[in-house]
Ligand binder design. Structure first.
Ligand SMILES: Cc1cc2nc3c(=O)[nH]c(=O)nc-3n(C[C@H](O)[C@H](O)[C@H](O)COP(=O)(O)OP(=O)(O)OC[C@H]3O[C@@H](n4cnc5c(N)ncnc54)[C@H](O)[C@@H]3O)c2cc1C
Length: 597
């Protein structure tokens, strides 16, 4: 009896279903555009792609969590845009603030595109029902934010992300051609001849392994901030999407630039928005001194985050910090002078956070805070349009690095970036797919089998003594300890050594063998991605022997434009060291100068 290749695969699958209780599906789902991630970038991309083809495109949005659990819902302070040119703000100033904030590592054409495009998107959201906070004269409200020359963080109380997400999700409901796949965990990109062909994913409710075909894809999987323990991010903010691209041969760019937000509360790390300082809150040390006047005499607490976080650590090092009961040194954010009414109207969310998670009502007392991992300037290397190095694949939002933010992002510019590139990549992906409408998408079985082997043989049925959750904790603690606000060769090298030791342990195994909602399995896949990403962050940081933006080296304390005014690219090199190389920064008309605030 002769077996075809196809029937052998099916036979193997049936045996596996029988033996291991896992259902491997050889059938596949197909869409014109697949989007991984349902945060701000993913939802904006879905609407753009759905609208572009006048209903002719079919869009699949895959998310490992329910839509409204994406990290974007927790954005608090605002979305930056120039809305009041009649009152003195201007586009040029927002572009320059962004580039100066980036310590001149932003691609200047990209920053310009962000700033010129976002005002329209703010009004678009308004037309879709976004409940922006309003001024007394009825116009959309804007507040001060760090590093800007004009109040331009467009806000909705202190819950901007929640309202933006709800507005976009509501708008998605108008399109019959958007299909949501909530609680689907995507594992890898499929490609043929340097063209994107689709994805593999696990449908979490039943454990099925599914092949998803599409001519065009957009990665919108958010930031990787959970590679740190002290972090403002949702627990789901792991670098799965960035790592998928990396394993597929695409570069991670500028990963050494990790933003530490000045005001994470203790002990959890939950964020107190910069909007609190935008509304007039200030930082104090144990002498009750507003210490920022020493470091940024003009902007004070509203200097960019890298500057404020470094100043806070210096105060602590000089013995001017407070000791929190958790053992951590910290400083305090004082909002008491803002008064009950203003706090309840504009900062009700952070008041609730303070009461519930720190036991402090900010109306009554200053709250303990310290710099906390908050944003990844780096991500999947894309061009000006958000296009990756793989044909048919784009990336948008925090998972992408189109180089808007360079070495340091200004607050409120990230939600702007998600919305602007969400829309742009959605439209481009839809056009790409429409141009190929009707053509067959071939995916070799070998590729799907290789992925199946990687996750089911390598992880699900893996063996080992070491508890993967202990590895995760060690990994994130190592990053806190070795790659925080200030770095040195010694801390970074010892951090890298530790990450590699962890990688080499026998931790890749899943004890829970159930099919439904096996979060043990997805957690272990997340840890796998976290280890590779942490390695790239540390190697990039070791390699960049200068201080620029959020990357502050004590042993190379100056910015070095002669040798390092360039982006870092890291390429996957099987399980060996990543291959690092450089990529030029795009300049238009702004020459680098020393940053003063
Ligand atoms: C607490 C907090 C407050 C913030 N406040 C502001 C602010 O006021 N203004 C501002 O501009 N920026 C702010 N930021 C930053 C900004 O909110 C984020 O950068 C932005 O929301 C990221 O959106 P995103 O669409 O890229 O991804 P996210 O919203 O992070 O969504 C990621 C999506 O990817 C999906 N996903 C990930 N991995 C997989 C996988 N393996 N399979 C399937 N799906 C997957 C997730 O399910 C999720 O849907 C804040 C960030 C935090 C953490």
């Amino acid at each position: 009896m002769k077996f075809s290749h196809e029937s052998i695969i099916k036979y193997i699958c049936i045996i596996r279903i029988h033996v291991f209780g896992i259902k491997l599906v050889t059938d596949s789902i197909q869409h014109d555009v697949v989007i991984i991630g349902s945060g701000l970038a993913g939802l904006r991309a879905a609407i753009a792609a759905a609208a572009y083809g006048k209903g002719d495109t079919s869009i699949g949005v895959f998310s490992k969590v329910q839509v409204m659990r994406s990290h974007s819902v927790s954005a608090e302070g605002g979305t930056a845009a120039v809305l009041f040119e009649d009152e003195g703000d201007n586009i040029e100033s927002h572009i320059y603030d962004t580039i100066k904030g980036s310590d001149f590592l932003a691609d200047q054409d990209v920053a310009e595109r962000l700033v010129k495009t976002i005002p329209h998107e703010i009004y678009q959201l308004d037309h879709w029902g976004m409940p922006w906070s309003r001024r007394k004269d009825g116009r959309i409200g804007q507040r001060k934010f760090g590093g800007y020359s004009f109040p331009r963080a467009t806000y909705a109380q202190d819950k901007v992300g929640f309202y933006e997400m709800q507005t976009l999700y509501d708008t998605c409901q108008k399109y019959d051609n958007i299909n949501f796949y909530n609680e689907w965990y995507c594992t890898s990109i499929l490609k043929e001849n340097n063209l994107f062909r689709g994805l593999t994913a696990i449908e979490m409710k039943n454990g099925n392994f599914v092949k998803i075909k599409a001519p065009a894809g957009i990665i919108c999987t958010g930031g990787a901030g959970r590679i740190y323990s002290f972090s403002t991010y949702a627990y789901s903010s792991t670098p799965d999407g960035i790592d998928m691209a990396y394993r597929a041969g695409l570069a991670m760019k500028d990963m050494e630039f990790v933003q530490f937000h000045p005001t994470g509360i203790l002990p959890s790390g939950i964020l107190i928005t910069e909007g609190a300082r935008g509304e007039g809150g200030y930082l104090i040390n144990n002498q009750n001194e507003r210490f920022m006047k020493k470091y940024a005499p003009e902007k004070l607490e509203l200097a960019p985050r890298d500057v404020v976080s470094r100043s806070m650590i210096r105060e602590i090092q000089e013995g001017k910090g407070f000791k929190h009961e958790s053992g951590y040194d910290c400083l305090k954010l004082d909002l008491t002078h803002l008064g009950d009414e203003k706090i309840k109207e504009k900062l009700s969310g952070i008041r609730e956070i303070g009461i519930k998670f720190s036991g402090i009502d900010v109306i009554e007392a200053p709250i303990e805070i310290r710099p906390v991992c908050h944003y990844m300037m780096g991500g999947i290397h894309t061009d000006f349009d958000g296009k990756t190095e793989l044909g048919g694949l784009w990336a948008a939002g925090e998972a992408a690095c189109n180089s808007t933010h360079g070495a340091n992002r200004l607050g409120a510019n990230s939600t702007s970036e998600c919305i602007v590139w969400g829309r742009m990549t959605g439209e481009q992906a839809a056009q790409f797919a429409l141009d190929r409408k009707g053509s067959t998408i071939e995916i070799s079985h070998d590729q799907v089998l290789a992925e199946e082997k990687r996750i089911f043989d390598g992880i699900f049925r893996g063996r080992g003594q070491v508890n993967p959750y202990e590895v995760r904790k060690e990994l994130t603690d190592t990053m806190d300890d070795k790659a925080y606000v200030f770095r040195t060769e010694e801390t970074l090298v010892s951090g890298l050594k530790r990450i590699r030791e962890l990688k080499a342990l026998t931790w890749k195994h899943v004890d829970d063998k159930s099919k439904e909602y096996n979060t043990n399995f997805t957690n272990v896949m997340e840890i796998d991605a976290m280890l590779r990403t942490a390695e790239v962050v540390l190697m990039g940081a070791i390699n960049r022997k200068e201080s620029r933006g959020a990357h502050a080296r004590i042993d190379y304390s100056n910015r070095d434009d002669i040798n390092f005014l360039k982006h870092t690219l890291a390429y996957y090199n099987s399980e060996d060291e990543p291959r690092l190389t450089w990529h030029p920064v795009t300049f238009t008309r702004y020459a680098p100068v020393e940053r003063k605030y």
